[in-house]
Design a protein. Structure first.
Length: 157
């Protein structure tokens, strides 16, 4: 049986029967029913040599868990009066000034004590101190001796 299509002026094109065409196709193996990943043990080399580590050595679990971040702040000023004490701390990004008193917290660090030249902070068993500028008297610069004049140039021959 053939199907005839007529689109231009009565002349038609013959299309072969679908049953005859199917018999000429090659056999295709059936697709697997479900994809399964290989066991994780086959990827042991990947976990032993991490891709994004410059040394390609595994990161020890205990070292990554014990990384301690120090407080990223600087002491800008200390105010001590008979009734209260406070500190001015430069902290954050962009840096901003914060006024804190004993017992206040900053990034998990608690202000433990305020002294005339430093503040002591505590987080758990850790302690950190921020120092105000050196309190030593400034060094007085002495005039440097005048440089010696260069000897007279020798005449050329």
């Amino acid at each position: 049986m053939a199907l005839e299509l007529g689109s231009t002026g009565g002349a038609g094109a013959s299309v072969p029967d679908a049953a005859n065409t199917v018999s000429h196709l090659p056999d295709i193996p059936a697709a697997p029913s479900r994809f399964a990943l290989p066991p994780l043990e086959t990827f042991a080399e990947v976990t032993e040599r991490p891709l994004f580590s410059s040394s390609r050595r595994p990161i020890a679990a205990e070292t990554s868990a014990t990384v301690v971040q120090p407080l990223s702040a600087s002491l800008a000023g200390i105010v001590i009066s008979p009734s209260s004490s406070s500190v001015i701390v430069m902290h954050g990004d962009p840096p901003t000034l914060m006024r804190l008193k004993e017992g206040d917290d900053i990034d998990g660090w608690s202000i433990r004590s305020i002294e005339p030249s430093r503040v002591v902070l505590r987080r758990g068993a850790e302690e950190q101190q921020l120092k105000l500028h050196d309190t030593a008297p400034p060094q007085v610069a002495t005039a440097a001796p005048a440089p010696k004049p260069d000897p007279a140039p020798k005449p050329r021959r």
